[in-house]
Every structure is written in structure tokens, then in C-alpha cells.
Design a protein around this ligand. Structure first.
Ligand SMILES: Cc1ncc(COP(=O)(O)O)c(C=O)c1O
Length: 296
């Protein structure tokens, strides 16, 4: 039954088996379902291999350790599971992967996280060909980024409630995504991407204490610095975005993505001479080097 390829190409590895995602099931006692008590990574594959998989697995281990979820794994095992998922693809060679570890079931329903059996689930979906093709239209959300004193932003946990509310607000206002401000009005990041903006040829971004330490963010910072572009990481107020000439988002799935507008104010991020377009080229080249094993 599970051997029929679903038309959507969505496959899941769970409990030692690969099956169409619509057939995969999780227990009603699962802590991810009950409390968002999970950590995860979202990875894209290139030529059948996870792009920057090593870094994703390092961050996954860090998230597990900081959340006290007792789950260990070999990188090679995850690579094999990814291969099994990719083998099922008929019309696509590359997928977006979500690697989730839930703290698992707690049979007596108690809130503390002891005595659970962690569960690994890998979801895969073919990569849509139009990812990153259109500049993002953003709003500044009225929902705030959960402060680091409440939830450590360097942990990639399943708790995305404020991001979900902000994304809904963006949809209602006809935008693609939303900028989240901290409770004291500092520009942090988007709902599932880091944010950069450019004023007078200097690139600005929130410092790493308030945002997820994005893998694409680190590469963007490295490439900008290597190419002599001035970068300022810090705590900047929303008003600064009104002065931006261009802006871009970074994430593993979208890579470097141009931002077309913020709150209806158009930006020059798709201008061929922009820092954003230059960086997109440099990032793609860097990814090719990494996948060909010429840089790592
Ligand atoms: C809140 C948040 N910030 C930033 C990112 C981008 O991180 P990365 O470049 O590691 O994918 C993500 C990715 O999912 C995210 O959820």
C-alpha cells in the first residue's frame, strides 16, 4: 500500500519506514502535538545530498542538548534516510526536508519531559521550481518576536506561535511575510528567515542574540565580509527599515531572497547593480563549490 508514489511526491520516514506523507501518523500523546515540544531542521537537497547538512546536524544536536531531549544519532544514518526518501522521487531530484525530533510520548500525561521516548520523523517534498523567483513583499508585524529570556532563539524548536500569527497577519494584509520586532522595538527577523537591509552600501542585520543563528545568515555574512562590504550587526529600530535602499531574506530553503517592499515602500533589491543581486550570485557559486567538494 505504501509503495504507491503519491502524486505530490511527499514522502515521510517514520518508525523505520518510508511512506507517503498523507499516510504517516503520530500518536495523540506525542509531545510535539501536545506542546510543540520538538526541535527540527529544514534542509534542501542538491543533487540528492543535503546542502550544508553538517551544519544543520550540528545545530540539531545543539537544539536537542539545550532542550534536554535525549536523542543521539550518527550523521551517516541521517544521510542514508535522506537517500531513501530521495529514491522515492519520480519527477524531482531534489527535495525540501524537515528533520524533526519530538520529545515523544509521555503515557501518564505529566508535563515534565522525563521518561519520554524521542521520535525522529523526516518529511520530504519536491522543491518547487518557483522558490525564490519573486521578491518578497513584507509588512512589519504587530506580533512580537518571543524574547530570548523566554525562548532561546538559537534553539530551532517547534514553538512558532508568534511567527504563525505574524504570517497570518501578512497574508491578511496581502504580503508574503512579516518582520518581527522585539518587545522593545528592535528589528529581529522574518517568520522563518533572517533579515538584512542596505543603507548607503552598508548592510545591516540584527545581532545573533535575538535571532536564529541561520546557516544561510552566517554564509551571507562571510561572503559580504570577504568581498569588503561593510556589515553592521546590532540592534536597530523599525524606523531604520524606512531608510533602506534594498533588503533581503536568508534561509536554507530560499537561499538569498530579494525583498521587493516593506509596508508598501518599494526597494531596489532586484536592481542588477544591487548588493542583494550580487550576493545572490556569490551565494549560488559558494553552494556549487561546497557541493562539488572544492570548499568546505
Ligand atoms: C525563525 C527563523 N529564522 C531564520 C531562519 C533561517 O535559518 P537557516 O538559514 O539556517 O535556514 C529560519 C529557518 O527556518 C527560521 O525559522
Amino acid at each position: 500500500m505504501a509503495e504507491m508514489s503519491p502524486e505530490t511526491g511527499d514522502w515521510t520516514w517514520i518508525d523505520g519506514q518510508v511512506m507517503p506523507t498523507r499516510e504517516a501518523r503520530i500518536s495523540v500523546l506525542d509531545r510535539g502535538f501536545l506542546y510543540g515540544d520538538t526541535v527540527f531542521e529544514t534542509v534542501r537537497t542538491v543533487d540528492g545530498r543535503g546542502l550544508f547538512l553538517d551544519q544543520h546536524l550540528v545545530r540539531l544536536r545543539n537544539s536537542l542538548a539545550r532542550m534536554g531531549i535525549d536523542f543521539s544519532f550518527e550523521d551517516q544514518w541521517i544521510e542514508q534516510l535522506i537517500e531513501q526518501l530521495i529514491e522515492r522521487q519520480v519527477n524531482a531530484t531534489d527535495v525540501v526536508l524537515r528533520i524533526t525530533v519530538s520529545r515523544g510520548d509521555r503515557l501518564d500525561g505529566a508535563l515534565d519531559g522525563f521518561g519520554c521516548q524521542p521520535k525522529l520523523v523526516l518529511l520530504s517534498s519536491p522543491i518547487s521550481t518557483n522558490i525564490a523567483s519573486k521578491p518578497l513583499e513584507l509588512i512589519v508585524s504587530s506580533h512580537q518576536k518571543t524574547p530570548p529570556e523566554v525562548i532561546d532563539p538559537t534553539v530551532k524548536s517547534g514553538n512558532y506561535l508568534s511567527a504563525i500569527r505574524a504570517r497570518d497577519e501578512a497574508r491578511v494584509r496581502g504580503a508574503d511575510d512579516a518582520v518581527l520586532l522585539s518587545p522593545d522595538g528592535v528589528i529581529t527577523e522574518l517568520t522563518s528567515a533572517n533579515l538584512f537591509w542596505v543603507i548607503d552600501q552598508t548592510v545591516f542585520t540584527c545581532d545573533g542574540d535575538l535571532v536564529l543563528n541561520g546557516i544561510t545568515r552566517s554564509i551571507a555574512l562571510q561572503l559580504l565580509k570577504e568581498h569588503g562590504i561593510e556589515v553592521r550587526e546590532g540592534r536597530f529600530r523599525a524606523i531604520e527599515l524606512k531608510r533602506a535602499d534594498e533588503a533581503f531574506a536568508t534561509s536554507s530553503i530560499q537561499g538569498i531572497r530579494a525583498i521587493g517592499s516593506v509596508d508598501g515602500r518599494a526597494l531596489a533589491s532586484t536592481d542588477p547593480a544591487s548588493i542583494c543581486q550580487d550576493l545572490i550570485g556569490k551565494y549560488l557559486q559558494y553552494c556549487r563549490h561546497v557541493m562539488n567538494g572544492t570548499t568546505r
